[in-house]
Design a protein around this ligand. Structure first.
Ligand SMILES: [Zn+2]
Length: 297
């Protein structure tokens, strides 16, 4: 079967190295990271070099260094699937070619929570030979609609693989990076989640002129605009309970984002390469409560 081959290709592991970097956060003395948090050490993801640029010497965001990072084996494998999906969709719909750099603010960080478990990633930039998407530059609030749409396309692809993605409209702490982690259980659209709701509201405004307040509250106008998007994008099923249906909405939104088109004229639909992809690792955690308390980071 085609799908089986595709899945094995997706899951082949990337390169391995050694090291740790963080957002400059320190851990409480009582916190001890589990061994699995650092079981993979690597400086590339599936062949794309990982860089760091958050210095304290005035060169932040300009001088980059190829560095090694750590995370759990399961999380690393998920990053490989994510980066392959991103390469494919950005190339097919946006013409992005030759991904040559990922800039991260950190993976494993010695503190409680998903970073401390080696199950979180802070994304500052993805660069190709012919373009870049840079959350670090706060592109979610750019005055250039194409820049906003591409930021949201990247955001959407991340959400196809990670239940919790925190973006520039989630809160001020995430204005300069996309955070993704392993918490929260199965991937789906959760209307009670601020993270999911502000993302959907941004997409509906950027591609459908919905004019929604980006307030994190799944209100009637948001529901109506979301229903309209599903009609325009040809997404059936139930994205609130079905991983495959939510992933497909995200794929369609990302295709419009990379292509820079309105939902009224989306690119022709494709079969979702992840249609039959089953999460081997679904982590039920306290992220829902943590999100409510504003503790995700
Ligand atoms: Zn983070």
């Amino acid at each position: 079967m085609h799908c089986g081959i595709h899945r094995r290709t997706f899951l082949r592991a990337g390169a391995v190295g050694a090291g740790v970097v963080a957002l400059g956060l320190t851990a409480p003395d009582a916190w001890a990271a589990p061994v699995s948090a650092t079981e993979r050490r690597f400086s590339d993801i599936d062949g794309t070099p990982l860089h760091y640029w958050r210095w304290n010497d005035g060169t932040v965001g300009r001088r980059t260094e190829h560095r090694r990072f750590s995370c759990s084996a399961d999380f690393h494998d998920r990053l490989v699937v994510w980066i392959r999906d991103l390469r494919e969709l950005a190339s097919r719909f946006g013409g992005f070619r030759g991904m040559d750099r990922i800039v991260t603010a950190g993976l494993f960080v010695d503190k409680p929570g998903q970073h401390g478990l080696g199950q979180a990633f802070d994304l500052d930039q993805v660069r190709w030979a012919n373009g870049a998407i840079t959350p670090y530059a706060r592109e979610h609030s750019s005055g250039d609609r194409l820049v906003v749409r591409r930021y949201l396309a990247l955001d959407a692809v991340c959400r196809r693989h990670f239940r919790y993605v925190l973006d520039g409209r989630y809160n001020a702490a995430h204005a300069d990076h996309l955070h993704m982690d392993f918490g929260g259980g199965a991937i789906r659209c959760d209307r009670s989640s601020r993270s999911d709701t502000v993302f959907v509201q941004q997409v509906l405004n950027a591609h459908q002129g919905a004019g929604l307040a980006i307030n994190g509250s799944w209100d009637r106008p948001t529901q109506d605009a979301f229903d309209e998007s599903r009609r325009r994008l040809g997404v059936g099923g139930d994205p609130f309970t079905s991983t495959a249906d939510w992933r497909y909405w995200l794929l369609r939104a990302a295709s419009c984002g990379f292509a820079g088109t309105d939902f009224v004229a989306p690119p022709p639909p494709i079969a979702d390469p992840l249609r039959d992809f089953v999460d081997e690792v679904v982590r039920e955690t306290q992220n829902g409560l943590a999100e409510l308390l504003g503790l995700l980071q």
